[in-house]
Write a protein that binds this ligand. Sequence first.
Ligand code: AMP
Length: 299
Amino acid sequence: MKICTTISEARVACRDVHANRKRLGLVPTMGALHEGHLSLVRAAQARCDAVAASIFVNPTQFGPTEDLSKYPRQFDRDCRLLEEEGVEILFAPPVEEIYPNSNHQVSWVVVEGLSEKLDGRSRPGHFRGVTTVVSKLFHIIEPEAAFFGQKDAAQLAVIRRMVRDLNFPVEIVACPIVREPDGLAMSSRNAYLTREERSRALVLQRSLQEAGRQFQAGERIAAKLISAAKEVLSREPQVALDYFEIVDPDTLDPVERISQKTLVAVAAYVGSTRLIDNIVVEPESSSTLSYEGAPPIKH
Ligand code: AMP
């Protein structure tokens, strides 16, 4: 695996791949890798001839009171894992390489409207940081395809829209949520949880399961599903709900009655750790409930 820390090194390495007429897949990450990240790498391996991964804890997507300084960093372990997966290129630049003007960045990529919904509403400026850094990565790596987790469903909607509006020649591939055996969605931030918090965090998926169960039973009114899910969340008073929303997966606008593929998304603070999770429900395919990797719903 070639490890590149400068933009020019990364450009040379990626252009070498393209010179061999290989289709290059990109997996952007902030490191502290887990099976969720590795599933993206495997999806990229399956659809591309070569895979580039990036590790960059992007300061511009963190708010002033967020966890930038304590975000987990385990570079050597990450390199080993990526190497084992057969990743060809790792782009892991220092902050100054991506933001040489530090506090004087004046050019941003902004997806208006969508960036203020769901996580964007609770984390002002977050998606502007994401879309700006992803644009930079697309320009540097020039991948044919880029792989993102359905776990960050709002991020996926924002990036898809950016790619469409700005004509990036990149296929965006969404990959299913990878979960721990008990159903908790994998996240680098799970490392912050104490043992008690780790067990409280399961209420996020229980709330989604309750909404999913009622959906399967025929309920289509979003408000009813939301109130059932919130009832479940209220049984864990130490978990502070940020949002529980039922929205169109592309526009992120609230849906009143579910008649097509719909995103059911939750975000909550477990102690000081903000966690997110979601399921996708779809009426047409009868009782289909897309809740990838989760344990069966208990009735
Ligand atoms: P992060 O390092 O948290 O920025 O995540 C990098 C990529 O991995 C994003 O596209 C995430 O959506 C994806 N990802 C994170 N957790 C999971 C998970 N549990 N399952 C699938 N993809 C994930």
